[in-house]
Design a protein around this ligand. Structure first.
Ligand SMILES: [Zn+2]
Length: 306
């Protein structure tokens, strides 16, 4: 497994007390360290790569909105902040997933983990939100389809929040399968089971607050993994958020470290049978630092043992 990250992503600095803080990235890297993964610098995405997901007008507006060095914080909404380090972090977060796709396609390794922030799965094509600026995983998925000629790719999202932005991209592109397990009700309020998309390429498995291993594993076994097999993707992306952990302060699900190891085992088994083991995972949420370290290690460790 290759690890794509960059220290510039530590310089995206929401206001003190904000849960999506630089220490999260350090916690993830601590968890991955014992695995000894080869580390690659996450490059800046290009405009053309980001504009496969986000309209030019939105990218122009963001380039205007990013604070210049020495300028103070800007707020896009009540949750989503821009510091003078955000611009480089956001372009590298998207670039990490693009570079991971290139490396996996080139056969350098079947697996990549992108340790990035800001996260991406709430960013809709024309609306950054929910701590997210660019939809990193969607940029990577469309890169696989457009630049490498893949016919079908899948995004599995086990973050505790619904990946509304990724779903919005899949809604318009039947080559992209999107499946999400998440707590409902919870921010952003989307991801109801009846949301399947006009082409039927969307699967939502909402779970109630308090749901734990048994409920979540059942949703993965009975809904997500069978639908993933039916879709037969040529590459699997994982929006790896670790905020369904029982220790997480932003939600009320009750997953444990062992559940993330299980996810790694099951997803790598699926990838081996479907697409020569090709899995590109990218960090989304996860706000308890200890749980984030342990869960990332459990998940990535299980993937690499496959
Ligand atoms: Zn989340």
């Amino acid at each position: 497994m290759l690890l794509f990250t960059h220290p510039a992503m530590l310089a995206h600095a929401p206001p003190p007390g904000h849960p999506e803080r630089p220490a999260r990235l350090e916690a993830v890297l601590r968890g991955l360290e014992p695995l000894g993964l080869p580390v690659r610098d996450a490059p800046l995405a290009t405009r053309a790569q980001v504009e496969r997901v986000h309209p030019r007008g939105l990218v122009d507006a963001m380039e205007e909105a990013f604070p210049k060095p020495g300028e103070g914080l800007a707020a896009l909404d009540a949750d989503t902040f821009l510091s003078d380090g955000t611009r480089e972090a956001a372009w590298r977060a998207a670039g990490a997933v693009v570079a991971a796709v290139d490396a996996v396609t080139a056969g350098e390794d079947a697996q990549a983990f992108c340790a990035v922030r800001p996260p991406g799965h709430h960013a809709e094509p024309a609306q950054p939100m929910g701590f997210c600026i660019f939809n990193n995983v969607a940029v990577g998925a469309l890169h696989a389809l457009e630049a490498h000629g893949l016919a079908r790719v899948a995004v599995i999202d086990f973050d505790v929040h619904h990946g509304n932005g990724t779903q919005a991209t899949a809604q318009k592109d039947p080559r992209l399968f999107f499946a999400s397990t998440h707590q409902s009700p919870l921010y952003p309020g989307t991801g109801l089971a009846h949301e399947r998309g006009p082409a039927g390429n969307i699967l939502n498995a909402p779970l109630p607050p308090g749901a734990g291993s048994a409920e979540w594993r059942a949703a993965m076994e009975r809904e997500v993994l069978p639908a993933l097999h039916d879709f037969a993707p040529e590459m699997i992306f994982v929006s790896a958020g670790f905020d369904a952990h029982e220790a997480d302060p932003l939600a009320q699900m009750r997953l444990t470290d062992a559940d993330y190891a299980w996810a790694g085992e099951r997803l790598s088994a699926a990838a081996l049978s479907l697409c020569a083991g090709k899995i590109v995972s990218t960090l989304e949420g996860g706000y308890d630092l200890g749980a984030l370290t342990r869960s990332t290690q459990a998940y990535a460790g299980a993937l690499t043992r496959a």
